[in-house]
Write a protein that binds this ligand. Structure first.
Ligand code: COA
Ligand code: AMP
Length: 624
């Protein structure tokens, strides 16, 4: 038996023994005596009687072990050109002080704190400070507009919001505080305070709720870590579902620390003291797990990069960061490589930098198309490793386990199921399909530690959305197949979630925004293939009869409306005005048929369509 097969088999035949062993890598305040609690199945809990503190595991214990002078966080901004480093000892001091600020504002164990910050060191400090006092953070991506932030405030009901004066996107300075104030005004749940980090590029004028971060930090007494139950929530991260209402994915403390620590060794082959860089954003799960928690849990140095792969300054930015900091492992999304390749197809910028420290490039967030894979593998000269996971799981479901048994790469495949994950491909009746046959990708319960125990305040929604379609299994929402060698090929979402530049978006949320325009009778948003961003949202809109609408003006207003309601990250630029949308006899809009028409698969349009006369118009719009 190979090392992978052996490890995988141990994780499935004796999951409790396997995870008890992995749990030894964590410092526990009270070690767990029970590993898995299935009393409330299908809701499972890992390490139910364990107690720990995630911040202690990510920071304090490394200082105690002599890593105090090692860089913990390197902030590198391509936009300001500045680099700032915090050692583990400095990180401990800042986190303890900021935890003191939060405690001084009345934040206690179990209270929620919403973090709306750009890619600055303070984002890491704020997250860890929450963990230190047992508060539950909910980081909201900076590209979301005020109404999306307000929806999250209403669901999470935070005691405090932590923000900055501005974000920097290329040469744009984006003021954050007006967005936060608008969200607070719109939300029913009002926080008690807003803490604002003033950035040199923009000094925000503070209102009655607002506190200046730096002044508060100077005045605060450091807060000691508070032990929490392994099953207590560490964070809530909202992600897009099929409806417009975001789902609050809950992450616990114990399972999370154990799983991420295991992943760094087994999947990434990464160790303490190494420089690790995930080029993503703390607002996404990739940022939570692999910018902040996982590298710090193992005592590595994490690079927090502010900027895009191209533009400011140029398509060589990534390679210079690798050279400057001696980055050993880079993790990013395929769209970033496609953007670089477009600007620098011959990889002249790669040749101009010394990237000899780089050992492996990890890719996730969207499908790694074979073309981009081939380009990166050839130009970088290191293994390019695709792996597949999602916000809900928090760490990889399928990967090429570099620390267990590196396997040959098959372009287009995320490789094999990670130990702990019982990956199955099933047909509509829930039966396993033969190798090579596409079906729904599901994971048999229980999911391993680190994955979502539930949705925030919504156990039943969790059960209904994920655990009911195929009882005993978790529905991933992705379709795919396993080949004869057990390699998993993930082909894309089977629901109405789209993936734009590695950003997960709900077509339902975009449709809800568009429906707010007075001219719109009905609308649908579908994802269409895009060479750079993987997918782009495209809106199809039928206007109300009898109105004297100016089509160009309506299109422009809809683009602006989506920007103001969902945010710039929605990247909605294409709005087509059509006579009507295709529907079933019961009046349901046939989104799948529209996607099929856009892809030239007209045969997939059901013959039972209620209004076939709209199809010619749609073909013209979607393929024209
Ligand atoms: N705060 C405010 N606005 C933001 C933002 C943020 N944190 N992130 C993105 N935006 C804005 C952008 O400025 C842009 O605005 P614009 O329409 O005024 O130009 C809009 O949202 C769309 O952004 P994006 O989709 O990122 O497109 P882009 O053209 O600016 O950049 C890429 C394209 C491919 C270079 C970029 O998306 C990228 O680097 N992607 C990697 C994604 C990633 O790391 N995903 C995480 C999963 S691993
Ligand atoms: P998110 O929750 O934002 O991480 O998005 C998760 C979704 O992104 C998954 O359900 C997939 O549809 C897609 N995805 C992420 N990584 C990959 C990958 N390596 N290959 C294919 N799709 C991926």
């Amino acid at each position: 038996m190979g090392a992978y097969a052996d490890e995988y088999s141990r994780s499935t035949t004796d999951p409790e023994g396997f995870w008890a062993e992995q749990a030894r890598a964590i410092d526990w305040h009270a070690p767990p005596s029970t590993v898995l609690d299935g009393a409330r199945a299908p809701l499972y809990r890992w390490f139910p009687d364990g107690e720990l503190n995630t911040c202690v595991n990510a920071v304090d214990r490394h200082v105690a072990a002599g890593r105090g002078d090692q860089p913990a966080v390197i902030h590198d901004s391509a936009i300001t050109g500045e680099v700032h480093t915090l050692t583990y000892a400095q990180l401990q001091e800042r986190v303890a002080k900021f935890a003191g600020v939060l405690a001084g504002l009345g934040v206690a164990k179990g209270d929620r704190v919403v973090i709306y910050l750009p890619m600055i060191t303070e984002a890491v400090v704020a997250m860890l400070a929450c963990a230190r006092i047992g508060a539950v953070h909910s980081v909201v991506f900076g590209g979301f507009a005020a109404p999306e932030l307000a929806a999250r405030l209403d669901d999470a009901q935070p005691a405090v919001i932590v923000t900055a004066s501005c974000g920097l996107e290329g040469d744009k300075v984006l003021p954050y505080l007006p967005i936060v104030h608008a969200a607070v005004d719109a939300a029913a749940a009002k926080p008690g305070a807003v803490v604002v980090w003033q950035r040199p590029r923009l000094t925000a004028e503070l209102g009655p709720l607002d506190h200046d971060w730096a002044a508060a930090e100077r005045a605060a007494a450091p807060a000691d870590p508070v032990p929490v139950a392994a099953t207590d929530p560490l964070y809530i991260l909202y992600t897009s579902g099929t409806t417009g209402k975001p789902k609050g994915v809950v992450r616990d403390n114990g399972g999370h620390a154990v799983a991420l620590t295991y992943s760094m060794r087994a999947i990434y082959d990464a160790g303490p003291g190494e420089v690790w860089w995930t080029a993503s954003d703390v607002g996404w799960v990739v940022g939570h797990s692999y910018i902040v928690y996982a590298p710090l849990l193992i005592g590595a140095t994490t690079v927090v990069y502010e900027g895009k792969p191209v533009g400011t300054p140029d398509a060589g930015a990534f390679w210079r960061v690798i050279e400057r900091h001696g980055v050993r492992n880079l993790f990013t999304a395929p769209t970033a490589l496609r953007a670089i390749r477009k600007e620098d197809p011959d990889a002249e910028f790669v040749a101009a930098s010394d990237i000899s420290s780089l050992r492996t490039l990890f890719m996730a967030g969207e499908r790694l198309d074979p073309d981009t894979y081939e380009w990166a593998a050839a130009k970088l000269g290191v293994p390019v490793i695709d792996h597949w996971w999602q916000t809900e799981t928090g760490w990889p479901i399928a990967a090429n386990l570099r620390g267990v048994e590196p396997m040959p790469v098959k372009p287009g495949s995320a490789t094999v199921p990670v130990p702990g994950y019982g990956v199955r491909i099933v047909d509509d009746a829930g039966r396993d399909v033969p190798a090579g046959t596409e079906g729904a990708v599901v994971i048999s319960l229980p999911l391993p530690p680190g994955t979502l125990p539930t949705l925030w305040g919504a156990d039943q929604r969790y059960i209904d959305s994920y655990l009911t379609t195929f009882p005993g299994n978790y529905l991933t929402g992705d379709g795919g197949y396993l080949d004869e060698d057990g390699y998993l090929f993930v082909m894309g979402r089977t629901d109405d979630v789209i993936n734009v530049a590695g950003h997960r978006l709900s077509t339902g949320a975009l449709e809800a925004a568009i429906a707010g325009h007075p001219a719109v009778a009905e609308c649908a948003v579908i994802g269409v293939a895009d060479q750079l961003k993987g997918q782009l949202p495209r809106a199809l809109v039928a206007l109300k009869a009898g109105g004297d609408w100016d089509a160009d003006a309506v299109r422009a207003e809809i683009v602006q409306l989506v920007r103001d309601t969902v945010g710039a990250v929605a990247a909605l630029k294409e709005v087509a005005i059509v006579a009507a949308l295709p529907k079933t006899r019961s009046g349901k809009i046939l989104r799948r048929s529209m996607r099929a028409i856009a892809e030239g698969r007209d045969e997939a349009v059901p013959s039972t369509i209620e209004n076939p006369d709209v199809l010619d118009d749609l073909r013209g719009v979607l393929r024209g």
